[in-house]
Every structure is written in structure tokens, then in C-alpha cells.
Design a binder for this molecule. Structure first.
Ligand SMILES: Nc1ncnc2c1ncn2[C@@H]1O[C@H](COP(=O)(O)OP(=O)(O)OP(=O)(O)O)[C@@H](O)[C@H]1O
Length: 350
């Protein structure tokens, strides 16, 4: 019986590791390959013994689901501490570099916080994956990393040799977040050099594999992270997310100006929370106004990629760990994100 990747992941999520976390969230399932009724993946563990029962249970569950071939390769690695994010030595000034294996980098930015940049990034990443692209998502929002929650991943990323960091994967998106390297309830005060070191490590030391595009979810504003990204990596372009209000647009304009000064092309703007569609009656109202981003984009000579409505389903999906593109793929809201993905692919940007 032919199985889908989603069915296999859902089945594996029912298998708990020795700590009681499901094996997908614990980051145990790597290099998952589903072809017809054949399922293969690598289980990356520190010591194999405690995980033999997990492996056997995963195999039994997959067979019960209909898998005819199940190949689980268990790789053990030395139990080293997670990598130290503090810069080892003073970074030597270098020009922008390519991230090995990564064809394109798209920065997702906003001038102001809370406009939905992370929601857009998560949905766009899933939409690009649904179009068959090899997608990575780097959550560089050091002040409020939200991608682990939005993409439903948890667990600390492993580092077999203390240098390379293995990313996590969900919904076809390879992801790494600074939020996975810090304790959930611990406020992190990032200082300039530390921030730059951490971002550089996440770009260069994470084993991204071969990617068509890496989306970088930036913190809001025009700070150190934006500068570091543009100076250290060859960024293909930036997408600016804004709500239609004047205050948000004013900040978006500053963001666009900064990227222009840094020599990063603007791929386009996205108006988020464009109109409100009532989930009960479908009535449409312009809570924050409408069309402000379109007018601004025209004035600045950059494309308007989409107008995404303010819709309860988008919030519930994002906050529930399965973006609307994944949880309600046929909804009009999901299709909005799918169209942006297609536009980017057609333009050779993703
Ligand atoms: N189009 C939308 N419809 C409904 N809710 C939305 C929409 N876009 C974002 N939200 C919700 O608004 C809140 C803020 O969104 P999000 O975290 O994506 O913003 P952000 O710009 O990344 O914020 P921050 O600057 O804090 O990182 C979240 O609860 C999200 O679910």
C-alpha cells in the first residue's frame, strides 16, 4: 500500500522515546524517505541500547500502517554537549559567503514586530515544500523565536562532533531555530558579537544539506542580525511583510531602505492582515485598512506578492504547530501562500 510522508510522520509521532517525547519531535527521525510502501530513515542517537525498543515499535507501527519494507538505520555518535554558541575567537572580517549546498537565501523581514512575519515564513516554507522545492527555514528571530512552535518541532538539535549541528525537519521543511538552542523559559540577552557568532554558526555549521532555497525569518527592525546576514551570506533577496497601517508602513520603508543600502535586492512586499474575514459569516472588513502595502510597493517600485487576510484559521493553525498550508491546504488562505510560492519559483527566486 502506497504511503504518504505525512501518514508515516503521523504514525511515527505515536512512538515515544525513553524520555516520553514522540520520536519525531525528539529529532530522532532523519533523512526520511517514503517511496510507495517502502519507508527508510536514519535514527540518530547517542547510544543505541536505550533506543532498540523505540526502533522495534516504530517498525511494528509502520508495518501495521501498511509499509511493506521498513529500513531503520541506527547511527550512534559520541554523546557530546550541544555546540557552544559563543564565538571561539574573534571573527575575521570576510565578505558574503555562500552557505554550502544552499542555492538561494531569501530573508523575510518586517520593520515592525507582530505583523505576522513568522507566520508568513512558516507558511511560505511549507508552500515551497508542497511545490516540491527543497526548503530550509532558519529562525533568526533572536528576540522571539517562534518557528519551533509554528512548525511543531521541539527537542534539542544534536551535534555529533560538537561542530556540525543537525537541523530538525517537519512538513518537508528543514529547520533550525535559535529558540532550540536556548532554554524555553530563559530570557536571552544577546550582545552584538555573540549575536553575530550565533547567526554565523546557524548559517554555516548547520548541516542544511542540498537546498533550493533557505528562508531566513529575521527579527523585526533594522538591527545587527539584518546587517550580519547581508554581510556574511550571499542573500538572493528580501521579502518585506507589513500590515496596512501607516505606522507599520513607515517602518517597512526603513527596512527596504536598509536592504537597498546593504545591496540586497527586494523580491517583493506582502500585505498581511489585509482584510478581516469573519470565520462565522464570511463578512469582510478592513480592520487595519486595506491596500496600503500595494500603494507603498508601487511607490517604491517593488512587486506586491500577496495580500493575506486576517483570518482566525491562520492564527489557530500557526499557533497550533501546523501552518494553514499544511492543516487546511485547500482553504483560500492556504492558496494565497501557495501562489506566492509559485511566483517565487517562476521568478527563479526559490
Ligand atoms: N493573517 C493572519 N491572520 C490571523 N492571525 C495572524 C495572521 N498573521 C499572523 N497572525 C497571528 O498574529 C500573531 C503574530 O504573528 P507572528 O508571530 O507571525 O508575527 P511576527 O511579525 O513574526 O512577530 P514578532 O515580531 O514578534 O516575531 C500570531 O499569533 C499569529 O498567529
Amino acid at each position: 500500500m502506497a504511503l504518504s510522508r505525512e501518514e508515516v510522520l503521523a504514525c511515527l509521532k505515536e512512538v515515544k522515546d525513553p524520555s516520553g517525547t514522540d520520536m519525531v519531535s525528539a529529532g530522532l527521525v532523519r533523512a526520511l524517505n517514503v517511496e510507495g510502501a517502502a519507508v527508510r530513515f536514519v535514527m540518530e542517537v547517542a547510544r543505541p541500547e536505550p533506543y532498540m525498543a523505540v526502533k522495534d515499535e516504530a517498525e511494528a507501527k509502520l508495518r501495521a500502517l501498511g509499509a511493506e519494507t521498513v529500513a531503520i538505520v541506527m547511527t550512534a555518535h559520541s554523546d557530546k554537549a550541544p555546540p557552544d554558541l559563543k564565538p571561539q575567537k574573534k571573527a575575521e572580517p570576510k565578505g558574503p559567503e555562500k552557505i554550502p549546498g544552499v542555492d538561494r537565501i531569501i530573508a523575510i523581514a518586517s520593520g515592525k514586530g507582530g505583523v505576522g512575519k513568522s507566520t508568513v515564513s512558516a507558511n511560505l516554507a511549507c508552500a515551497l515544500a508542497a511545490e516540491g522545492r527543497r526548503v530550509g527555514l532558519l529562525d533568526a528571530d533572536v528576540y522571539g523565536p517562534s518557528q519551533p512552535r509554528m512548525l511543531g518541532v521541539s527537542g534539542r538539535p544534536q551535534s555529533p562532533d560538537g561542530k556540525i549541528i543537525l537541523p530538525l525537519r517537519n512538513y518537508g521543511v528543514t529547520m533550525m531555530s535559535i529558540g532550540l538552542m536556548t532554554n524555553d523559559d530563559q530570557a536571552v540577552v544577546w550582545r552584538g558579537p555573540m549575536l553575530m557568532g550565533a547567526l554565523q554558526q546557524m548559517m554555516m555549521q548547520v548541516q542544511w544539506g542540498a537546498l533550493d532555497v533557505l528562508l531566513v525569518d529575521l527579527p523585526p527592525g533594522t538591527g545587527d542580525v539584518q546587517m550580519t546576514l547581508a554581510q556574511k551570506a550571499e542573500v538572493t533577496g528580501a521579502i518585506i511583510v507589513s500590515t496596512p497601517q501607516d505606522v507599520a508602513l513607515l517602518d517597512a520603508r526603513k527596512g527596504i531602505d536598509m536592504f537597498k543600502q546593504l545591496g540586497t535586492p527586494i523580491v517583493g512586499m506582502i500585505e498581511n492582515m489585509s482584510t478581516h474575514i469573519c470565520s462565522a459569516c464570511g463578512h469582510e472588513e478592513h480592520v487595519f485598512g486595506h491596500g496600503g502595502v500595494a500603494a507603498e510597493a508601487e511607490k517604491l517600485g517593488v512587486p506586491l506578492l500577496a495580500e493575506i487576510p486576517l483570518h482566525l484559521d491562520i492564527r489557530l493553525a500557526a499557533d497550533g504547530g501546523a501552518p494553514i498550508v499544511v492543516s487546511k491546504p485547500d482553504s483560500a488562505q492556504a492558496q494565497g501562500f501557495r501562489q506566492v510560492a509559485r511566483k517565487l519559483i517562476e521568478a527563479g527566486k526559490a
